[in-house]
Write a protein that binds this ligand. Structure first.
Ligand code: SF4
Length: 317
């Protein structure tokens, strides 16, 4: 099988250096032939994003929020990525959404006054900085859009490539800007990335984090306690921690939901509320996230409903 048929290993010089002192970083980024020698299924649509693509690069699944997938590439490929069907291979061979496509996406948003929030995602939107600035400048005249969100992992993958000046220019427009950074382990927060996060915050963005439970990487209370404490201390509000989606190549990272609940229950008792993220599962083949309760409640963890009211059994996750 060629590199192009499977989810190829892609790292940065920064990550390769960090991996020499972090087992967690190695596990998150280095290809493991034992589990991953499987071709990518590009027809998959586990979060119904393809089904809800209204114009090229624009996903509209939730009434008030629209996603613009500005780039189908990332600085590095996470081995647990649920978007392996898109990242680096996916919908556009250039890897970036072109200006004409961005214009069409903004025109769609302009025509729907119910959308007040635009989320730039991908891949990684910060790998298309020109496209991001172009889109935000167009959005400036769309009065019903009040919030811009930029969901990125670039600060943790290639910090020297993050253009803080760009974030500052976007934050100086009239919308409220959130930057949500994907971070999973305290080793990712270090002498390079912590000052960077502070600079992004000072540039005018409200900062959030998103994480994924990963077996063997962050499946310990102490590890996540350290991660969320540090994030809250540097001004990044822990926002979500997700259950890892099980696709053929990611099984080794997937934890039992009961173990995640046990960890989140312990953390609830140890962390300040401002350091405690929401634990959620992205429902595969369905619409929306389900919030997972802690063990402070009695409930049946096997049955959940999506936003359409459809019942889903979690055995498959
Ligand atoms: S940064 Fe996100 S989209 Fe990119 S490879 Fe990692 S998990 Fe996938």
């Amino acid at each position: 099988m060629t590199d192009k048929e499977r989810f190829e290993e892609k790292t940065t010089s920064y990550l390769r250096e960090l991996a020499t002192r972090s087992v967690a970083v190695r596990d998150m980024y280095f290809y493991n032939p034992e589990y991953e020698n499987i071709p990518i299924d590009t027809t998959r649509d586990i979060l119904l994003e393809k089904a809800n693509t209204k114009v090229k690069g624009l996903v509209h699944k939730f009434r008030s929020r629209a996603f613009i997938l500005l780039s189908y590439t990332c600085a590095a490929n996470c081995r647990f990525c649920e978007r392996q069907d898109r990242v680096g291979v996916g919908l556009d061979k250039q890897g970036l959404l072109r200006e004409s496509d961005i214009r069409d996406a903004i025109a769609y948003i302009e025509a729907d006054k119910g959308i007040n929030e635009v989320i730039f995602s991908g891949g990684d939107p910060l790998t298309n900085p020109k496209g991001l600035e172009f889109a935000c400048n167009l959005l400036e005249s769309v009065n019903h859009v009040k919030i811009i969100r930029i969901h990125t992992k670039l600060p943790m993958q290639y910090p020297e490539k993050v253009d803080v000046g760009l974030i500052e220019r976007i934050a100086n427009l009239s919308k409220t800007v959130y930057v949500s950074v994907h971070v999973n382990h305290p080793d990712e927060l270090n002498e390079v990335t912590i000052p960077l996060m502070k600079r992004i915050r000072r540039a005018g963005a409200i900062m959030l984090s998103q994480s994924v439970f990963l077996k063997g990487v962050n499946d310990k209370v102490d590890v996540l306690h350290s991660l969320f404490t540090t994030l809250s201390e540097i001004g990044v509000r822990p926002y979500y921690i997700y259950h890892c989606s099980k696709i053929p190549t990611t099984g080794r990272f997937v934890m039992a939901i009961e173990d995640e609940i046990r960890i989140m229950t312990d953390l609830r008792e140890r962390l300040s509320g401002i350091a405690y993220p929401t634990h959620a599962i992205d429902l595969m083949g369905a619409i929306g996230k389900a919030i997972i309760p802690t063990n402070h409640w009695d409930f049946n963890p096997a049955i959940v409903r999506d936003y359409m009211g459809r019942q889903i059994t979690l055995d498959d996750f």
